[in-house]
Write a protein that binds this ligand. Structure first.
Ligand code: RIB
Ligand code: CA
Length: 316
């Protein structure tokens, strides 16, 4: 395999079980130069997601700057998801206490610092509400062209998961999502259309559990916890929402991707937070997002299992 140049990225998320697994994947894949981690309020409060981020980074040996993000959405009130991720936001197995503190600067300032200083354009991997990314774009328009693209988990072209029309990440901060989708920065969108097909099955949990390395010992338990909620509503496995935003950067060949112009609904009684695709080009706008529609589930699962095994060979 040619020694490809690593993609410089910032991980922005609200860990969150699937955010944590996305970060486990990113770090062990060997394909990224992770410049920073920034935390969002979403699955839990910003304090809890920041504490969780520091614990996940400690667990996987990812010692990069971590900065706390915006405490609440740009305009709306915070929403959390304890029913899915628990009161801590990362319920389940005990995790190490953070080996280091968060940066004194906030997420927007850290994003600006690492993007400004990066030799190459930076990819933002957004796996929570997009408040930080929107705030960064508003505060630093001069750095917009230094962003390669935003690979994000959020939305659903055909469905929602928090309301019939809206997916959680977009619904928490639809105004932020609108700013990002209208920014002109290239977007790779992993919406529910694909993430609900990217299922890790109980048999895959066992493959990870059998690896018996310091990270696999935790990941299979995260999967078990995350699956508990989803099994109760009929899922055959744990949907790997956030890992799709990472895996699509590493292995786009296992996905089906189409370009559409996507608009964000920011108001309305029934459709607030919807990601509305212009399927037939009726808007006259050129596409603003590469939308992921499908995935080879077995290939996805095998790649995730194989990557987690890396933590047994050597910590990345
Ligand atoms: O709707 C799924 C998304 O909401 C994922 O990012 C999950 O972590 C939660 O934030
Ligand atoms: Ca998330």
């Amino acid at each position: 395999m040619p020694n490809r140049k690593k993609i410089p990225i910032i991980l922005d998320g609200d860990p969150g079980h699937d955010d944590a697994i996305a970060w486990v994947l990113a770090h062990a894949s060997g394909r990224f130069h992770i410049l920073a981690v920034t935390t969002a309020a979403g699955n839990q409060t910003i304090e809890k997601t920041t504490y969780n981020a520091l614990r996940v980074c400690t667990l996987i040996g990812l010692h990069v700057p971590v900065a706390k993000g915006c405490r609440k959405p740009l305009l709306t009130e915070p929403m959390n998801a304890p029913s899915v991720h628990g009161e801590s936001g990362l319920d389940g197995p005990a995790l190490p206490e953070p080996a280091f503190d968060a940066q004194p600067e906030g997420a927007v300032e850290l994003m600006a610092r690492v993007i400004r200083n990066s030799e190459d354009k930076v990819t933002i991997v957004s796996t929570g509400p997009m408040t930080n990314t929107a705030a960064f774009l508003l505060a630093h328009p001069e750095l917009k062209d230094r962003i390669e693209r935003i690979s994000m988990m959020g939305g659903g072209l055909a469905l929602g998961n928090w309301t019939p029309a809206a997916e959680f990440n977009i619904l928490v901060d639809p105004d932020a999502a609108k700013i990002v989708f209208e920014s002109g920065v290239p977007i790779l969108m992993a919406g529910l259309d694909v993430t609900e097909k990217a299922l890790i099955l109980p048999e895959d949990f066992e493959r990870i559990r059998a690896q018996h390395n310091p990270v696999s010992d935790i990941v299979w338990q995260w999967l078990e916890f995350f699956y508990r909620f989803h099994r109760s509503i009929g899922y055959a496995g744990a949907p790997m929402h956030d890992p799709c935003a990472v895996m699509a950067l590493i292995h786009p060949e296992i996905f089906t991707i189409r370009d559409y112009y996507v608009q964000i609904e920011t108001c309305g009684d029934y459709c607030k937070g919807a990601t509305v695709p212009d399927w037939y080009g009726l808007s006259g706008h050129v596409p603003n997002a590469s939308c992921i529609l499908d995935v080879d589930r077995k290939a996805f699962a095998d790649l995730l299992v194989e990557t987690i095994a890396v933590y047994g060979e050597k910590m990345p």
